[in-house]
Design a protein around this ligand. Structure first.
Ligand SMILES: C[S@@+](CC[C@H](N)C(=O)[O-])C[C@H]1O[C@@H](n2cnc3c(N)ncnc32)[C@H](O)[C@@H]1O
Length: 192
């Protein structure tokens, strides 16, 4: 199981959303959902994506997309605009729901069962880390993680880096998924 937690600083927290971009950059949330959960012609059933929406008018909102039960989806932005609007209206789509949990509550709850890794350019090199069975990766949107949120998450985990290049949030998720896919494949090969 892998989990990604995106802190969306301005992501809108009511269903009045006609454009994901104009709703506090919810287009970044959409890109991260696609990077977290979609394969070519398939879904990652072992991934859960979380977005902590902190924009107006009703923060916090915790949007959850669970690959295990996700169905009836495509990758395009309009499909996800409609799904997010439904979730924010408390009409969940299969595998997608919204709760009032705060970022801090979510991190604390996850830390009881999983390792927390905060993605940050200045952290420990991804390639040097032995990930346990249920890693949880925390990252910021285009503005980055607020210092307070980063410090809170670091009470429960550590910083890891994908290198010195500043990547888009969705690219970070693709890199982590690819890295873990390759590691799992080589572990499976070792066992055989
Ligand atoms: C587009 S970046 C944010 C850039 C923003 N200007 C900042 O200063 O944080 C979005 C998120 O991706 C993650 N990120 C980007 N590049 C990374 C790297 N090389 N290593 C680890 N995390 C990275 C960080 O979590 C960052 O908050």
């Amino acid at each position: 199981m892998r989990e990604f937690i995106l802190y969306s600083r301005k992501g809108r927290t009511d269903p009045r959303i006609s454009s994901l971009h104009d709703a506090g950059r919810l287009d970044i949330v959409h890109e991260c959902i696609v990077a977290s959960l979609f394969l070519s012609h398939g879904l990652r059933r072992n991934v859960v994506f979380h977005a902590c929406l902190s924009g107006p008018p009703n923060p916090p909102v915790h949007l959850i997309v669970d690959g295990e039960t996700l169905s009836d989806v495509r990758t395009d932005q309009e499909t996800w605009r409609k799904i997010i609007v439904e979730a924010l209206s408390q009409r969940p789509h299969p595998g997608v729901s919204a709760e009032k949990t705060s970022f801090e509550e979510l991190i604390k709850a996850k830390s009881e069962k999983a390792e927390i890794y905060v993605l940050e350019e200045g952290g420990e090199d991804l390639f040097q880390i032995n990930f346990g069975g249920n890693p949880v990766f925390v990252l910021g949107d285009h503005v980055g993680l607020p210092r307070k949120a980063e410090n809170f998450a670091l009470r429960y985990g550590k910083k890891i880096s994908l290198g010195k290049q500043p990547y888009l949030a969705a690219s970070c998720i693709t890199i982590v998924n690819y890295f873990l896919d390759r590691k799992e494949t080589s572990c499976q090969t070792d066992i055989i």
